[in-house]
Ligand binder design. Structure first.
Ligand SMILES: [Zn+2]
Length: 134
C-alpha cells in the first residue's frame, strides 16, 4: 500500500492509534511530501513523540515549509468549492492540540497554522464590522 491509498479518515482523533493501523502505516510506502502523508502525520502527532513519528516517516513533516499549501488545504484555509468538512474538523482538532504543546509550537508548519488562524479570526472580525455598518 502507498500513502495515497491509505485512508487516514479511519484514524482516531487525539486517541492512541490501534496497533493494526500503526502496523499498516509502518509498512506502507510513504513519500513524505503529499497531503495524505501530512494528514496521517497530523493525526498521529497528538499521541506520539517526534522520535516515533520521525521513525515512521523518516523526517519531521511539521518542519517542512514546502508542505504549507497542503496544510492550508487540510485545515480549510484554502477556498474550496467542495470542502471535506469532516476532515477539516479532524485536522483542526489535532493541530490545535499540537499548537498547545510548548515544545512543538515553534515548528515551521505549526507557526504557520497559528498565524493563519489569527488571520482568519481577524478576517471574521472585519466582516462583522462590515455587517454592522448601516
Ligand atoms: Zn505521501
Amino acid at each position: 500500500m502507498t500513502c495515497t491509498e491509505f485512508n487516514a479518515d479511519t484514524l482516531p482523533v487525539k486517541e492512541a492509534i490501534p496497533q493494526d493501523l500503526l502496523l499498516q502505516i509502518k509498512e506502507m510506502q510513504k513519500c513524505g511530501k503529499c497531503a495524505q502523508c501530512l494528514y496521517t502525520y497530523i493525526l498521529l502527532a497528538p499521541t506520539m513523540s517526534d522520535k516515533e513519528l520521525i521513525g515512521l516517516f523518516g523526517y519531521d513533516l511539521l518542519e517542512d515549509v514546502e508542505l504549507k499549501a497542503e496544510l492550508d488545504e487540510l485545515a480549510g484555509f484554502k477556498l474550496n468549492p467542495y470542502p471535506n468538512r469532516l476532515r477539516i474538523a479532524r485536522v483542526n482538532k489535532c493541530l490545535q492540540s499540537i499548537s498547545l504543546q510548548q515544545e512543538r509550537s515553534g515548528k515551521a508548519l505549526i507557526k504557520h497554522y497559528i498565524n493563519e488562524c489569527i488571520k482568519q479570526y481577524e478576517g471574521d472580525m472585519i466582516e462583522e464590522y462590515f455587517n454592522m455598518a448601516p
